[in-house]
Design a protein around this ligand. Structure first.
Ligand code: IPE
Ligand code: IPE
Ligand code: MG
Length: 237
């Protein structure tokens, strides 16, 4: 592997363990989510320092709608506040925000904030921060299939023209490269419906810390671990 390949171009993170962090301290779960903001800033700092080009954060899964309404409401509020407060700083740092997931279920207010954050940061060329909110990989794949089949039905697309590239281009992540490294905190070792297609050849890393305890040093450790991995892509050399 060449030196240039040792820094992942795209890191995707499953930020897990906020609830357990709060429970361990006798706090309500939403306090754990609030404590999960600083590790996002730390990860961004580390990603920029390493020259990572894309950082995707799994912030709210489609399945997370199944949580109690008060937790869902607290997460929506936190997400909006965070986007509003952090956007000017991200803009200054040249960080571009992009969203993946199904936005149709959000309130008009949330949708407007998200669109505004994307617009305001559109010129950022240092790092692309991809926020996966109301995202699930299977849902994304089904929506992509609908888009493609609608084009086939309209006579715009021949079925034989649907190859891996055409399918990737119909996903929410069309404009991003596949993740090289997926990090999940909290010790759980599963993908929970995250980037199933895109992470086909990603290296997986499972630090034991809960998300609110994740630091720049933890990010550095994951990058070091990635650099030691041998990526083969099915080949033998
Ligand atoms: C991750 O932390 C944040 C979201 C899923 C929104 P959790 O809330 O899943 O925390 P645990 O897994 O219950 O500790
Ligand atoms: C995955 O975490 C989703 C996010 C981190 C946003 P979950 O806590 O929802 O996943 P499971 O339930 O442990 O699989
Ligand atoms: Mg969890």
């Amino acid at each position: 592997m060449s030196e240039a390949n040792r820094i992942p171009r795209h890191v995707a993170m499953i930020m897990d363990g906020n609830g357990r962090w709060a429970e361990q301290r006798g706090m309500p779960r939403h306090e754990g989510h609030a404590a999960g903001i600083e590790p996002i800033r730390a990860s961004l700092r580390a990603a920029v320092r390493h020259g990572v080009e894309y950082l995707t954060l799994y912030a709210f899964s489609t399945e997370n709608w199944g949580r109690p309404a008060e937790e869902v409401d607290a997460l929506m509020e936190l997400f909006c506040q965070c986007v509003i407060h952090e956007t000017p700083e991200l803009q200054r740092q040249g960080i571009r925000i992009r969203m993946i997931g199904d936005r149709t279920r959000f309130s008009d207010k949330v949708r407007a904030y998200l669109a505004q954050a994307e617009e305001l940061t559109a010129a950022g060329d240092r790092l692309t921060l991809v926020l996966a909110f109301d995202y699930s990989s299977r849902d994304e794949i089904v929506r992509a299939v609908r888009k493609l089949t609608a084009r086939v039905a309209a006579g715009d697309l021949a079925p034989e023209a649907i190859d891996e590239a055409a399918f990737s281009a119909a996903l929410d992540t069309a404009e991003f490269p596949d993740p090289d490294l997926v990090i999940r905190t909290s010790g759980e070792q599963r993908l929970s419906n995250f980037l199933l297609w895109q992470a086909s050849y990603a290296e997986l890393c499972f630090p034991q810390v809960l998300w609110p305890d994740f630091t720049e040093e933890e990010f550095d450790r994951a990058i070091d671990e990635y650099a030691r991995r041998e990526r083969r892509f099915g080949r033998i050399e």
